[in-house]
Structure formats: structure tokens, C-alpha cells
Design a protein around this ligand. Structure first.
Ligand SMILES: Cc1cc2nc3c(=O)[nH]c(=O)nc-3n(C[C@H](O)[C@H](O)[C@H](O)COP(=O)(O)OP(=O)(O)OC[C@H]3O[C@@H](n4cnc5c(N)ncnc54)[C@H](O)[C@@H]3O)c2cc1C
Length: 386
């Protein structure tokens, strides 16, 4: 893979901005109010090939890297849209790409790249495990040429708009493994054929994010749908998490710059006490501070993406980028709310919608506390805090 030049990266950004311009605030507000999946937007993005840019050319994708993928998601969110409706397809396939067999890659990746198959769901979180993934209880029991899955997952997104689900389940009981990260395996579950043994219960959240509780009551998964070796799934999932964190950081940056763009525009034209509110230091300085924190987070994201694309270890950088970008976006969200005064609460300005959406990146896919623990332990060498 040849990294794109700065000019080419700007072309990616410009093309995504152009596509997003067809889906303005009215479109996203309607989706939000009706709790509707942005089907038209996802279809347009897929058709333009943006969702498959991380898939290598051999399998029908564009074979680009994290810098470009990050730029796509950042621009979507900066335009006022919400990339969370479809972002998982970009990184979920990473485990398949890196650890799947050639046969599995040939079967699924070209179909995903062509937009005929959606791999939008990623099932890890459980009600009783939470952030402590190694404690998950969903089991996959081997019966000859297939596994049967039993258990519960919670907050599993886009299940109703995906064909495939990448699932992490336990194949060896916790008490029989040497290390708690062992004994977990990754499966591709075909949601189209899961039938009544998979119950999907939507969870209504504060954002328009199609997320669900899943109850597995013996869902059958063929052995050839297991990715890599049995028992090594946690390692495969972890390797994909760096990509996920860099991409979520990019979305958070997009949110943050959206707030700054809108709030600066408003602060210039809103006149109170005979002058634009942006002339007051009380309004201007918080905007400037939020902007420079976003720019610093952008550098952290760029560094993480560059290391990832160069095949270097990027765990620390990906975690730090996700933390810094989500915190900077949340700061910008609050500053925009304040700058808009009462109008920040009026739905038609899109600030309150993006305010709700931006809050999620502090919690998911990993909470910022867990990132602080990571840095404390792995960077600063302090004792493990959990
Ligand atoms: C809208 C939405 C969509 C989601 N989509 C998906 C999805 O598609 N797939 C999926 O698998 N998951 C998904 N999630 C789940 C998300 O990844 C989890 O909510 C998140 O990882 C936190 O887990 P938890 O909610 O169980 O919190 P908990 O683990 O219960 O943590 C609760 C709080 O305690 C803190 N805490 C816990 N332990 C420690 C500690 N040792 N030190 C310091 N603080 C600690 C946490 O930081 C957090 O603030 C989604 C969540 C939401 C809200």
C-alpha cells in the first residue's frame, strides 16, 4: 500500500464533503426524530466505495490506510452527519483480513467491498462483563462440524442493518485456561439464517443509534465460520481495536470541528449589546481553547494512523488519540452549547443532536477511564489498577 500524498488526502476529504453535502441537517434531524436508520446515506457511501477503502485491492477494495479512512469518517461528522451508522464495517473486517483463512477472505471480503454484504456488527459487550471483556460468559459449544452459541450480549449495534455479526464467545471455560485472555474465539455469525434461536431486542438510547440486546439460544455456526485458531480470539479482537480507536478518534475530531465551525459562525453574526458576541473574550477564548485542543488531538490521531499504516506497534498512540479526541470534542460541544445560548437547545440548529452524539465517544467503544488505566500501566509502569 502506497500512502496517499497530502494533496491526494485532501482530494479524499473534498470528495466525502461533496457526498455529505447531499445529506444536510434536515436529513439527519429527520432520521434522529424518527429513529430511522440513514439508509440512503449509507447506500451512497457504499456505492462511492468509501466504506471499503481499507479492504485490499485483491479483494475488491481500495487498499488504502488508516489516514484515509480516518479522513472519511472525520469529514462525515464534521459535515453534521453521523458516521456511527456504518463505521464498524471499516474496522470489523480487520480481524477477518488479518486472521481469517484465504477461503474466508475470498468468500466475504469481495462481497463486502461490492456492498452486497454488510458486516456492520461487532458483538463483545455483555451485561455481566462490561469493560472486563475476559469475563464474558457467552459460550460456543462444539458439536461436530458446527458450534452452538448460548448467552447474552448487550449494546450490539446495527444488527438490524447488517448481514453478518462478528462475535466473541468463550470456547473454553475460564477456570480451565492458563491466562484469562485465552479460551475466547471469534466467529462470523450469519444474521440472515440465525432464525428464532437469536432474539434481538432493541435498546432505546439518547442517540439515534440502532443498538440491541441479543439472546443466543443455541444459534448454530459452522466451524468454517470461526476466524483463526480456537481460543485465540481475544488476541485477534485486540489487534483490531487499535484501528477502531483511531477511527473513533477521527469521528470525535469531526464532531469537535463541527461544533467549532458552527459556533464561530454564530459568534460572528449574533449581535448582543451592540456587538458580535464573538468579540467578547468570554465567548472567544473558550472557542480558541477548544480549537487548539482539537488541533493537538488531531496531531495525536495522525501519529497513531501513521504508525498503524507503517505496520508499527500503535496501541499506546491509538488509545491516546481516542482519549484526547473524545475529550476535545466534548469540550467543543459544551462551548458550542454555551455560544448558541438558548438556540443551542433548539433542534433546528443541530447543536443539541450533535451534543448528544458526541458524548458517546467518551464511553464507547472503550471508556476513557480504561484508557487512563492503560497509560498508567503500560506507559508509566504503574501497578495494574484492575
Ligand atoms: C450506543 C452504544 C453503542 C454500543 N455499541 C456496541 C457494539 O456495537 N458492540 C459492543 O460490543 N459494545 C457496544 N457498546 C458497549 C460499550 O462498548 C460499553 O458500554 C463500554 O465498553 C463500557 O462498558 P459498560 O457499559 O459495561 O461499562 P462498565 O464496564 O460497567 O463501566 C461503568 C463505568 O465504570 C468505569 N470503570 C469500570 N471499571 C473501572 C476501573 N477498573 N477503573 C476505573 N473505572 C472503571 C468505566 O470507565 C465506566 O465509566 C455500545 C454502547 C453504547 C452506549
Amino acid at each position: 500500500m502506497e500512502p496517499t500524498t497530502r494533496v491526494e488526502l485532501e482530494e479524499v476529504r473534498a470528495a466525502v464533503r461533496e457526498l455529505c453535502a447531499r445529506f444536510g441537517g434536515e436529513y439527519w434531524r429527520a432520521c434522529d426524530e424518527q429513529r430511522r436508520y440513514p439508509e440512503e446515506f449509507v447506500a451512497a457511501l457504499t456505492e462511492a466505495g468509501w466504506l471499503s477503502i481499507l479492504i485490499p485491492e485483491t479483494y475488491g477494495g481500495a487498499g488504502l490506510g488508516m489516514r484515509e479512512a480516518g479522513a472519511v469518517l472525520e469529514e462525515i461528522n464534521r459535515s453534521g452527519g453521523n458516521a456511527a451508522a456504518c463505521h464498524a464495517q471499516m474496522y470489523t473486517m480487520g480481524a477477518l483480513l488479518r486472521h481469517g483463512s484465504e477461503e474466508q477472505k475470498r468468500r466475504w471480503l469481495p462481497e463486502i467491498a461490492a456492498g452486497r454484504l454488510r458486516l456492520q456488527s461487532f458483538g463483545v459487550t455483555e451485561p455481566d462483563a462490561g469493560s472486563d471483556t475476559t469475563q464474558l460468559r457467552t459460550v460456543a459449544e462444539r458439536h461436530g462440524d458446527h458450534y452452538r452459541i448460548y448467552g447474552r450480549k448487550v449494546f450490539i449495534s446495527r444488527v438490524q442493518h447488517s448481514d453478518l455479526l462478528m462475535l466473541l464467545a468463550r470456547t473454553t471455560p475460564l477456570e480451565r485456561v492458563r491466562r484469562r485472555s485465552e479460551g475466547l474465539s471469534v466467529f462470523i455469525v450469519d444474521l440472515r439464517t440465525a432464525g428464532e434461536r437469536l432474539q434481538v431486542r432493541p435498546i432505546r438510547t439518547m442517540v439515534n443509534h440502532e443498538t440491541n440486546e441479543l439472546v443466543f439460544e443455541g444459534v448454530e455456526v459452522p466451524v468454517e465460520h470461526r476466524i483463526g485458531e480456537e481460543g485465540q480470539g481475544f488476541r485477534y479482537i485486540l489487534s483490531g481495536m487499535n484501528a477502531e480507536r483511531i477511527l473513533i478518534a477521527s469521528e470525535a475530531l469531526g464532531d469537535g470541528f463541527f461544533f467549532i465551525d458552527r459556533a464561530v459562525g454564530y459568534a460572528r453574526q449574533r449581535v448582543v449589546f451592540g456587538r458580535p458576541i464573538g468579540q467578547n473574550q468570554g465567548v472567544q477564548f473558550p472557542l480558541a481553547r477548544a480549537y487548539l485542543n482539537l488541533e493537538a488531538a488531531r496531531l495525536a490521531r495522525d501519529r497513531a494512523a501513521e504508525r498503524f499504516d507503517a505496520g508499527q506497534e500503535a496501541g499506546t498512540e491509538a488509545n491516546m488519540a481516542k482519549y484526547l479526541a473524545s475529550e476535545a470534542a466534548w469540550e467543543a460541544a459544551n462551548v458550542a452549547m454555551t455560544t448558541f445560548g438558548g438556540y443551542g437547545f433548539a433542534v433546528e440548529y443541530d447543536i443539541e443532536r450533535k451534543f448528544r452524539e458526541a458524548r458517546l465517544t467518551i464511553v464507547a467503544p472503550v471508556t476513557n477511564n480504561l484508557i487512563l488505566s492503560y497509560v498508567g500501566e503500560h506507559v508509566l509502569g504503574l501497578p495494574r489498577s484492575y
